[in-house]
Design a protein around this ligand. Structure first.
Ligand code: NAD
Length: 435
């Protein structure tokens, strides 16, 4: 493995001062189950139905022994969890991270079932991952690992069965390897994964889609809060796919990106960080921690940034009971999955902070993945404007439906979103005769 990465005591993917950490005791599984239970209680779901909905349909765990360049065989575990398929083929990303385990993948798979239902795309929910320190592997090692993973899960994958996509530390290249490996076993099948490179049947607009969806949610929420882009200062936690696109699109809209953090540190600049320039710096091999056009600050200072919008776009559980008080934003726009623990959610809500939940805010990715799948099945391609317009229509509709439900029932956007998602899954499952 190339280089070694120290793990912090807290267990987050944070290696240097300035990157946020999270408490080890709170898993994504606890967080997601909590929100599910709140909505299930409000919907008065019978206990057996709630158990069916909480439990995954299929959980696959495979052993991935890979000989790395150090000459040693390293054994990684790969997971694919299919949570609920009542509304269509399973759909969800693949995460490469040392903290990936069955519980985390289970939790993320169930979030996908509610998310696809909330935005109304015809999929069930799934998630996958490998417990690997991906940043330490060479590209050819990652390719070997990815191909081996697909070889071992291919029987449960396919355009009408289960369609993976990128997530943390995976990208279009990872999807290209997965599609290629699947093709060797089943014939050329671009619709077996989404988030592919454009040259291999990827969709225009997919790479930016999750970040763009986050921004559509901001645009819906801003008038309610009396915010306009020139008056909106933004802090973005995580500057990977979701965070960097959300920052760039917010900046294009006229907002000011005042703070950014990633696993190497945190930066601040009151007059605005040029997120295009920061992205170029990272693409050229630089790190956020050596970016010299902003001030370097601590993780606590980053969380306490004076801003209107805080976008968590890193890992789960990063906003927790011990640091939620630091956040000064009016809106927390959850680009990441499960970034806010239930205790932190309570602290923020009590202070009147609007939380736009993950299952709504980051659903743009799966919406454009759906468009990519549709284009692949039709052997046809839409231009980027068409993709973005269709994404906007779906995100606006979903936001308005969730918002209307929240107002009608006097609940948070999160509870309203979970209620809507769960109801739609239950309706599909009942109509099929599953429950
Ligand atoms: P990514 O791997 O592209 O980026 C992750 C970012 O998080 C990196 O910038 C990394 O440095 C940062 N990070 C890691 N540890 C950190 C720490 N301790 N403090 C601050 N930053 C830290 O991943 P991504 O695809 O952008 O996914 C980010 C989040 O968004 C995840 O929760 C993922 O599940 C969710 N999500 C992604 C998509 C998608 O389409 N990629 C869709 C929906 C939700």
């Amino acid at each position: 493995m190339a280089g070694t990465e120290e793990k912090t005591q807290e267990g987050a993917d944070s290696t240097k001062t300035g990157a946020a950490t999270k408490p080890a005791e709170l898993s994504n599984y606890d967080i997601v189950n909590h929100w599910f239970q709140v909505a299930a209680d409000r919907l008065d779901l019978a206990g057996d139905l709630a158990t069916v909905l909480r439990t995954s349909y299929r959980e696959v765990q495979v052993q991935l022994p890979i000989k790395l360049t150090d000459g040693q065989i390293h054994v990684f575990s790969g997971f694919r969890v299919q949570h609920n398929g009542a509304r269509g083929p399973y759909k969800g990303g693949i995460r490469y991270h040392p903290e990936v385990d069955l519980d985390e993948v289970r939790a993320l798979a169930s979030l996908m079932s509610w998310k696809t239902a909330i935005v109304g795309v015809p999929y069930g929910g799934a998630k996958g991952g490998i417990n690997v320190p991906a940043r330490e592997l060479e590209t050819h090692e990652l390719e070997k690992l990815t191909r081996s993973f697909m070889d071992k899960i291919d029987r449960v994958i396919g355009p009408t069965r289960d369609i993976p996509a990128p997530d943390v530390n995976t990208n279009a290249q990872t999807m290209a390897w997965m599609m290629d490996e699947y093709g060797k076993l089943h014939g050329h099948t671009p619709a077996c994964v989404t988030g592919k490179p454009i040259a291999l049947g990827g969709s225009y607009g997919r790479e930016a889609a999750t970040g763009r969806g986050v921004v559509y949610c901001y645009r819906e929420a801003a008038p309610q809060l009396g915010l306009t882009p020139p008056e909106t200062r933004v802090a973005v936690q995580g500057f990977g796919n979701v965070g960097s696109w959300a920052a760039r699109i917010m900046q294009h809209l006229g907002c000011t990106i005042v703070a950014v953090s990633d696993h190497t540190g945190s930066i601040h600049r009151e007059q605005g960080i040029d997120s295009e320039d920061l992205k170029r710096h990272l693409d050229e091999g630089g790190e956020l921690s050596d970016y010299d056009k902003a001030d370097h600050i601590s993780a606590e200072e980053f969380l306490g940034t004076d801003c209107e919008v805080f976008i968590p776009a890193a890992l789960g559980g990063m906003i927790h009971a011990d640091n939620a008080d630091l956040i000064k934003a009016k809106v927390v726009l959850e680009g990441a999955n499960s970034p806010t623990t239930p205790q932190a959610d309570q602290i923020l809500s009590d202070r009147g902070v609007l939380i736009i939940p993950d299952v709504l805010a980051n659903a743009g990715g799966v919406v454009v993945s759906y468009f990519e799948w549709v284009q692949n099945l039709q052997h046809f391609r839409w231009d980027e404007r068409e993709v973005n317009d269709k994404l906007g229509t779906i995100m606006r509709r979903a936001y308005r439906e969730v918002n209307a439900r929240a107002r009608q029932d006097e609940v948070s956007l999160r509870t309203a979103a979970f209620e809507l998602g769960i109801e739609r899954v239950v309706e599909a499952a009942r109509t099929r005769g599953y429950v």
